[in-house]
Design a binder for this molecule. Structure first.
Ligand SMILES: [Zn+2]
Length: 317
């Protein structure tokens, strides 16, 4: 009886092996080009491109579809959409950052393509939590009801990095250990950034606790490190300030604010006008979204560039 059982097992294994060989050889013949190619990852904008590239190392091809554009304003071309349809996975920020994101997500899901929407996997701030600090003309632009700027928080960025690594493991399990190791290196850097922000921006080290800022992109940082911010534009760079809000912002100058954290974008002229009229200092800040970072730096350099800017704007020693 035992002998018969073991013969059956051998027969089954042999049959399975033959099928496997036929299947894989057949598959290789059919699509040898794509078999030899690396999996393709498409990111909607620079921070996700940076995270994905660091995690993937040389094991995947990572494409930044947003290139150097402001993600609030960017729209992909037909060619970009085709690229996304062909990708092994598409990384989107979500929560309304990409005005085209939800449509694309629906299309890709219909095709059973893999989409990872960062904002769906994090605890986000609701925008009405900002309402008491901000009012603007919101008719010009539609966005979600939550703050999408999670990449500017080292804590949320770390969560995202570890989650993306898990997605990559699913697509390409043979390189699982490499993705885990690379993700951990990046996670450690983000832990260090969090610690450095905490130390540098600790209450007692700063002389001011409020500043003006180009648009409402730094809410996660403000909350975590105790920095109060008055945004000129709204949660989107397309949400421009009302005359009433501009007047309120100018008044802040009389109440101890010393600086305007100023981005290189469409809001800059408002910042310059307020500075001219109030004597506030313009301190450059970067949302890191376009990937154009001071001194040719990367995301990590940009996070430290911003830390120096916060120290200046809040008078921290
Ligand atoms: Zn923004």
């Amino acid at each position: 009886m035992k002998k018969i059982a073991s013969i059956s097992v051998i027969v089954i294994i042999t049959v399975v092996l033959i099928f496997a060989v036929v299947y894989f050889v057949g598959k290789k013949d059919k699509s040898s080009i794509s078999q030899s190619k690396k999996p393709v990852v498409v990111a909607s904008f620079y921070p996700l491109y940076y995270f994905a590239s660091q995690i993937a190392g040389d094991k995947m091809e990572v494409i930044n579809i947003g290139r150097g554009n402001d993600p609030h304003e960017f729209k992909p071309s037909t060619k970009d959409v085709v690229t996304m349809h062909k990708a092994s996975i598409v990384l989107l920020q979500g929560a309304g950052l990409e005005s085209w994101g939800e449509d694309l997500e629906r299309q890709l899901e219909k095709e059973d393509a893999l989409v990872f929407v960062v904002a769906k996997h994090l605890k986000l701030f609701k925008l009405d939590e900002y309402a008491h600090e901000y009012e603007s003309d919101k008719e010009s632009h539609q966005h979600g009801s939550h703050d999408p700027h999670t990449w500017l928080s080292p804590v949320l960025a770390k969560e995202t990095v570890l989650q993306i690594a898990k997605e990559f493991e699913k697509i390409n399990p043979q390189n699982k250990e490499i993705y885990q190791k690379n993700a951990q290196i990046l996670a450690d850097k983000l832990d260090k950034i969090d610690k450095d922000y905490k130390n540098a921006l600790a209450n007692k080290k700063c002389s001011v606790n409020e500043a003006l800022v180009s648009h409402n992109a730094f809410g996660y940082i403000g909350r975590r490190y105790g920095l109060k911010m008055h945004p000129i534009a709204g949660i989107s760079t397309l949400d421009k300030p009302s005359a009433k809000l501009l007047a309120q912002l100018k008044n802040e100058a009389k109440e101890g604010v010393i600086a305007i954290l100023t981005e290189e974008n469409s809001v800059k002229e408002y910042a310059e006008t307020i500075a001219k009229e109030t004597g506030l200092v313009l301190v450059p800040i970067n949302t890191l979204a376009t990937g154009v970072i001071q001194n040719g730096g990367d995301y990590i350099d940009g996070m430290y560039f911003n830390l120096e800017s916060f120290k200046k704007a809040y008078g921290c020693k």
